[in-house]
Design a protein around this ligand. Structure first.
Ligand SMILES: NC(=O)c1ccc[n+]([C@@H]2O[C@H](COP(=O)([O-])OP(=O)(O)OC[C@H]3O[C@@H](n4cnc5c(N)ncnc54)[C@H](OP(=O)(O)O)[C@@H]3O)[C@@H](O)[C@H]2O)c1
Length: 221
């Protein structure tokens, strides 16, 4: 995820102005280590997602981890409102279609349209149930899961406390305006502590890697 100094997750609906060439390299390093890329339907649409590929400089890393082929794309679209003609679905090879995660309350006609181009996973009744989604991916051998947002989806993963690591690019600019924050508005009973595991800087941006701190709650004796 990338954010501006004032916490914006997009500028005019796009995340590209928050990114740099160094950030793109990290983006591909993270992708090349993952079994699955989970992304919200809003981001697929706004960012015009396409089927993922691993650029040649990252293939060796991927192979060294015993992974072949590109990561599996998983789109979360609780109501199945994802456009079945979006580029991600229409350009994916029929032998390796993306997964679309929907809820049991999604309209069956919409699910049917998506099922012509994707593998459908039902995870949750009214809202996506993140543990059920994780279990469904795990059953398919997809264990190292990278979430690329957007804020709504990442917020629901935070609510379920299912984010083990956060890789955060801090773009050194102020976006202003009404852009949504990094995480939507997750309802958390208590703040979730993270610990900084690495910090790098390049091309004017700061790259933070943070691990979820699951030790005793902070402030407790
Ligand atoms: N700065 C960054 O790093 C970054 C990264 C990614 C995206 N973005 C930006 O974020 C914006 C889009 O983000 P967004 O928050 O509006 O959308 P999003 O999280 O990508 O997608 C929202 C959609 O995903 C589905 N969804 C997400 N969480 C769900 C849940 N818990 N249960 C059921 N369905 C769920 C719903 O689809 P249905 O409506 O189909 O049910 C929902 O409408 C874009 O402007 C993009 O550029 C920024």
């Amino acid at each position: 995820m990338a954010t501006s100094l004032d916490g914006a997750s997009n500028i005019d609906g796009k995340s590209a102005p928050l990114s740099t060439p160094a950030d793109r390299i990290l983006f591909h390093v993270l992708r090349s280590q993952s079994d699955a890329i989970v992304v919200g339907a809003g981001t697929v649409e706004k960012e015009n997602y396409r089927p993922p590929s691993v650029p040649p400089p990252h293939l060796a890393l991927r192979r060294s981890m015993g992974k072949e082929g590109p990561p599996k794309m998983v789109v979360v679209s609780g109501s199945a409102a994802l456009d079945p003609h979006c580029q991600l679905l229409s350009d994916s090879p029929s032998e390796n279609p993306p997964i679309v995660a929907v809820t049991a309350s999604a309209k069956s006609a919409k699910v049917k349209e998506l099922a012509a181009r994707a593998d459908i996973v039902v995870a949750g009744d009214e809202h996506i149930d993140p543990p059920a989604l994780r279990a469904a991916l795990s059953e398919r051998g997809l264990r190292h899961v990278l979430c690329e947002g957007g804020p709504k989806l990442l917020g629901s993963l935070m609510e379920a406390d299912m984010v083990d690591e956060l890789c955060l690019t801090l773009a050194t600019l102020v976006a202003g305006g009404q852009s949504s924050s990094l995480l939507g508005a997750p309802q958390l009973p208590t703040p979730l502590p993270f610990v900084l595991t690495s910090i790098m800087s390049a091309e004017g941006s700061v790259f933070l890697r943070l691990g979820r701190d699951r030790s005793e709650p902070r402030g407790e004796p």
